[in-house]
Design a protein around this ligand. Structure first.
Ligand SMILES: Nc1ncnc2c1ncn2[C@@H]1O[C@H](COP(=O)(O)OP(=O)(O)O)[C@@H](O)[C@H]1O
Ligand SMILES: [Mg+2]
Length: 276
């Protein structure tokens, strides 16, 4: 088994490069408050060329979200390296670097809990732009309008609050917010799994259009295998914190090598999926 995705391109032109990534949590172990180490992510290696999409699949609890949060600089790895467009996300002391806070942004699974209910769309989109280096008021207004337009939201949406929107509209807003600071990479953690099936393809197509327009690189996590296949150039399969198989999206879906991948595909056959 190799843990490094053999993608075309060299290490230096990879938008995402992950080596020997590990995350261990201290968790309760039975009675009397004893603790033990639990390895949620074990020796994961990934590489994604600029403009490409790497899909990650694996059953619930296999470590996908933990990898995602580390890539986005939200969770400190126990060990290993993460480079986004060549720059480390964490410094030697495990602190997020300036590049690490901007270069990769996360699109969360649940658009309902990802948004502050007390902020209107204008403030939700302006907030990431007020972080240093702070944009001018004019620039913020221009950028907020541009973002809503890019994700297909009407200008009239700006004064509205998250509860006034459908799930699909909310996820558009979550995507717009993720784009606010012009990241090179989006980490999409099951971005459509909370949405109605009829809305899912709209959001996936929006993500594809944005990728093409902006040359974005995606790490796309999903449990519906068809949607991951639709989005991804290559797919990594995670099982118990490790990558057990990776290959082109077609090979993984149609010619899976690992028994675990075969079972995963079987179990997701039940979920219908349509695009465009
Ligand atoms: N903060 C945490 N503390 C302890 N265990 C955690 C924490 N976050 C995740 N885990 C555990 O790590 C494993 C992987 O979780 P996760 O990355 O969320 O998996 P997935 O996204 O593939 O469902 C699970 O067993 C989960 O319970
Ligand atoms: Mg998850």
């Amino acid at each position: 088994m190799t843990t490094d995705t053999a993608l075309p391109g060299t290490a230096s032109d990879a938008a995402v490069r992950v080596t020997a990534l590990c995350k261990t949590f201290r968790v309760a172990d039975g009675f009397f408050g004893r603790k033990k180490d639990f390895a949620a992510v074990r020796d994961v290696g990934l590489s994604v060329p600029k403009g490409a999409t790497l899909g990650i699949i694996g059953e619930s609890g296999s470590g996908k979200t933990t990898v995602a949060r580390m890539l986005a600089g939200l969770l400190r790895p126990t060990s290993g390296d993460i480079l986004i467009t060549g720059a480390p996300v964490f410094d030697a002391k495990g602190r997020t670097t300036a590049a690490g806070r901007t270069a990769a942004q996360m699109v969360f699974q649940d658009p309902y809990s990802a948004l502050n209910p007390r902020m209107n769309v204008r403030s939700i989109l302006a907030e990431p732009l007020t972080v240093a280096p702070r944009a001018s008021r004019q620039e913020i207004a221009r950028r907020v309008a541009e973002l809503t337009d890019q994700v297909g939201m009407a200008a009239s949406a700006l004064e509205k609050y998250p509860h006034e929107f459908s799930g699909g509209q909310r996820q558009r807003l979550v995507i717009a917010r993720a784009l606010a600071r012009k990241p090179q990479v989006l980490i999409c953690d099951e971005p459509v799994s909370a949405l109605d099936v009829s809305i899912q393809s709209q959001i996936l197509n929006l993500l594809k259009d944005l990728q093409e327009e902006m040359g974005l690189t995606y790490v796309f996590i999903g449990h519906g295998l068809e949607s991951v296949h639709f989005m991804s150039d290559r797919i990594s399969v995670m099982y118990k914190g490790a990558v057990v198989e990776q290959g082109t999206a077609d090979d993984i879906l149609h010619r899976p090598g690992h028994e675990y991948t075969r079972r995963l595909i079987e179990s997701s056959r039940a979920q219908p999926f349509k695009t465009r």
